[in-house]
Each structure stands twice: as C-alpha cells, then as structure tokens.
Ligand binder design. Structure first.
Ligand SMILES: Cc1ncc(COP(=O)(O)O)c(C=O)c1O
Length: 474
C-alpha cells in the first residue's frame, strides 16, 4: 500500500469509525452469531496473492462485524465494561502508526518518560501517597502475578528466583471467596499451587471477614506453613464488595505479609474524593492495581500498577543480556524490567490523551453519574414487589433477581432468572451477565459504559419488566 492509498483508506476508515460510534445503538449488543458460524465463513487457506483493501474491509463488515459483541454500546451492562472513548481511539491510531516497541528507555525515551509522568498523575488523582511508584501493565491479572512474585522473592531474599521453589516450605496466599479468578491463576502460575490459596469467607456485604482471615493465618502457622500475602478486593467482580484495607493492613502488619490490592474495576471510583474512604489504610499496602481500561474510558489494554518498593519489583524481573545493554548518560527506567514481558506497547499515550481531554473534573462527572444512575436503579428494584436486590450497591453494579409471588424454591428461582437472562440477551437490546452470591443465581447490571445515560437504564428496566411475561418456567 502506498502513501496515497493509505491516506484515502484511513479517511474512509475514520468516517466508518465515527458512523459506527454514532450508530452503535442500531447493532444488537451481544453478537447473535452461533458457535462456528464466523469460522465457517472464513477461507480455510490464506490468499496466495495480496488482496485489495476494499475487499478486506467489505469482509470485515460482512463477515466479522456480525460476530462482534458491541462493548461500546450504552446498553452493554455485562461483566465489567472495557470502556473506550473517542479520544482514546485517536491515541490508539497514533500508537499503531508509530509502531514503537517500548521495552527500554532508548527504544523510545518519550514513551518511558510519559509513562512515568502519567503514572504520577494517576497516583495523585486517586490519592495514593507519593511513596507509590507506578508502571503500566497489560492487565490486572499480570499485575497480580507481578505482585505475588515480588512478594515471594522479597520473602526468600530473591533466592527462589535463583534456586527454584524446591527447598521451601509451603507459602500460603489469602483472598476472599469473592476474589477474582486471576488471583488463583497467579498462585498457580508462580508455582505456589492453588491448594495453597486460602479463600476466606465473606460477611453479609460480600467483603472478606477479617476475623476469619486472622484465624486461618494462625492455623497455617501452627501447621508449619509460611503465610506470604493477602490480596484485598476493592470491588469484587460479583457485586463490587469492598474489603477493608485498614483491617487487612493491621493483620498483614502483624504477620509481616505482603498486602496486594486488586481494585481492577472499582479503583477508578477513588478519583472521587467522596470515595477515598475505600483506600483508608493505604499505608499498609505493598501493591495496588486498577484498570483505566475498565472504567476510565481508556481502550483495552491499560492497567495501572503501583508499588511501594520498585527496587524489589525490578530485582524480581531484571535480566540484562548483552544485546540489551545500553550506554545511557544517566540512570534511566527500562520498563522491560518492571514486569513479565520484554516488548511493551506505548500505552501511556492513550492514558495521557484521556486524562487531558476529560480533565479530572470530566472524569469525576462521568463516574459520579454512573454511580448515581445505578443507585437510582437499585432504589427502583428495592421498591419493586416482583424483583429483589441481592447485594449492597456501593458503586454501580446492581445485583438482583426476579422473585414472583408464591415461588420460593431456590432452584426454581435460579431457573427462572437464568431463563430471564437468556431472553434479555437473545433480544440484542441489552447485554447483562450473572453470578452466584451465597449460591444464588443473580443477574448483574453494571452501569458504567462510557456513553450510558438515564434513558438507556430506564428503557432497559422497562424491557426487563416486560420480559418476565415470556418466562415459561414460572
Ligand atoms: C476484580 C477483578 N480483578 C481482576 C480482573 C482481571 O482483569 P484483567 O482482565 O485486567 O486481567 C477482573 C476482571 O474483570 C476483576 O473484575
């Protein structure tokens, strides 16, 4: 493709992108495609000769688009959002055009130094003390692996990295039964074994019960195990329950354990001064992760990871083969040593664009608005005779179920709600997902999509109320 063609097609694409975002509500939120359908429409073999852009783009629209679930649709209430914004997309276009691989300072000084600065901005925006240093990771899952690896290495005086785990007694990691699966994955990946992850019961708000954690640690010490780290959830995936960092911090302090905070989704709320209470006790925290790619309008992927001891992080990962040695005039940051992968995308650029374009006040307004819409919906559900709220709503995730009069059998209620959710999602008019809280099937609505407004929430609620008529299992 020559420059002239590039310019022409890029303009076409930008027009398509702008139209797509303007018309996104005309698409079914959840892809209606059946398993294997897209694959069936893709040629089994790659083309021998190059194909023209027009043909590729037509296939994108005809073959690929029907298999896309529209995450940027304002009626996307599923999982947690992976928010984008127009400003973030523009930055991604530049990132792709530069095509810089930002593993070392020298491979793009601006990428390293911008990352350093925007992480300082973010630290200030969410009220973390200046003792924290930030680095961008691809995902919270990776950040948690980094946290637990650093905890392991610091505890073993960096000997496990050298000699392996063979001579060590069992390390134990603690989180709650509501913690995200990425904690268990991290424990598996770093070789501690998922049997050595203790999932501590939660209280009636679905936050970890600190007393139960305390007892479990004592019990493990009595058995000769080595308690290593506690992972606190600020915003569990099920219902955004908030573990008390302060209470967990008292425990981790007492036993000299690493305290990692997984605030993947809800960390963004701390941009609001009225939600700063969520990080009470932050001085006890060793590492903290939250995802601007979830609720801060920054394209996937962009995960903000903060640590109190960057030297320990770097010591955990640093390796310096000859081919990466540089003669820098001054000490510089080489972010390749701050995490798992060597190659790194220039993620700081989109974060910089987003923070500057929204401003702190713009971000706060949006986040507040999302929370207030969710609180309003929670009140509606609470006042309804046919639906019930199934968990507190501290932020913008609303867990509820349909509970028709006269039906109290738990399995029947699960069945009814499963059927309700299937109808809702099959309609293409909205997309929500479910979880189980205390073993009960509940429907979750997360009101956090970038462009979601009252009318989307109201229409969705009306639609849910209408759809209960279609449930056959009642
Ligand atoms: C609480 C929590 N932690 C971690 C994750 C994993 O996030 P990531 O996809 O960035 O690894 C999620 C994903 O939804 C989450 O909800």
């Amino acid at each position: 493709m020559n420059s002239e063609e590039f310019r022409k097609y890029a303009h076409e694409l930008v027009d398509w992108m702008a139209d797509y975002l303007d018309e996104i509500e005309s698409y079914p939120v959840k892809s209606q495609s059946k398993p294997g359908e897209i694959l069936h429409n893709l040629p089994v073999h790659p083309p021998r000769d190059g194909e023209p852009f027009e043909k590729i783009f037509r296939d994108f629209q005809e073959v690929i688009l029907p298999g896309i679930t529209h995450w940027q649709h304002p009626k996307f209430f599923a999982y947690f959002p992976a928010n984008s914004s127009r400003i973030s997309v523009l930055a991604e276009m530049l990132t792709a055009t530069l095509g810089a691989q930002c593993m070392s300072w020298i491979t793009s000084p601006a990428a390293t130094e911008l990352e350093e600065r925007v992480m300082q901005w973010l630290r200030e925006m969410i009220g973390l003390p200046e003792s924290f240093t930030g680095v961008i990771q691809d995902t919270a899952s990776t950040a948690t692996i980094c946290a637990l690896l650093t905890a392991r290495e610091k505890h073993s005086d960096f000997q496990i990295n050298k000699k392996g785990l063979y001579t060590h007694r069992k390390h134990i990691v603690y989180c709650s039964t509501e913690s995200h699966s990425s904690i268990e994955k991290a424990v598996k990946v770093i070789g501690l074994g998922s049997a050595n992850l203790r999932k501590i019961p939660v209280d009636d708000t679905y936050a970890i019960a600190p007393g139960r954690l305390h007892n479990q640690i004592d019990d493990d010490i009595d058995k000769g195990y080595i308690p290593l780290a506690v992972v606190a959830a600020l915003g569990t995936t099920g219902s955004t329950a908030i573990d008390s960092i302060k209470k967990l911090g008292d425990i981790t302090e007492k036993y000299s354990l690493w305290l990692h905070v997984d605030a993947a989704y809800a960390g963004t709320a701390v941009v609001l001064p009225e939600y700063r209470w969520m990080i009470d006790g932050i001085k006890h925290v060793d590492s903290f992760v939250f995802n601007p790619h979830k609720w801060m309008f920054t394209n996937f992927d962009c995960s903000a990871y903060f640590v109190q001891d960057p030297d320990a992080l770097v010591r955990t990962f640093e390796i310096l083969p000859e081919y990466l040695k540089t003669n820098d005039e001054k000490p510089v940051k080489n972010y390749r040593d701050w995490g798992l992968q060597l190659g790194r995308r220039f993620r700081a650029l989109k974060l910089w664009f987003v923070i500057r374009n929204y401003g702190i006040a713009g971000l706060q307004n949006k986040i507040r608005h999302h929370i207030s819409m969710a609180q309003e919906l929670a009140r509606t559900i609470d006042n309804s005779t046919e639906f019930e709220l199934m968990a507190p709503v501290p932020l913008n995730t609303v867990c509820f179920r349909y509970h028709p009069d006269g039906i109290d059998d738990p399995e029947k209620l699960d069945e009814i709600n499963e059927e309700l959710l299937e109808h809702l999602n099959a309609s293409g008019k909205m997309f929500a997902t479910h979880t189980r809280l205390s073993g009960i099937y509940v429907i979750r609505l997360v009101i956090g999509q970038t462009e979601v407004e009252e009318r989307h929430v109201n229409e969705t609620w009306e639609f849910i109320c209408e759809t209960i008529e279609l449930i056959e299992s009642v």
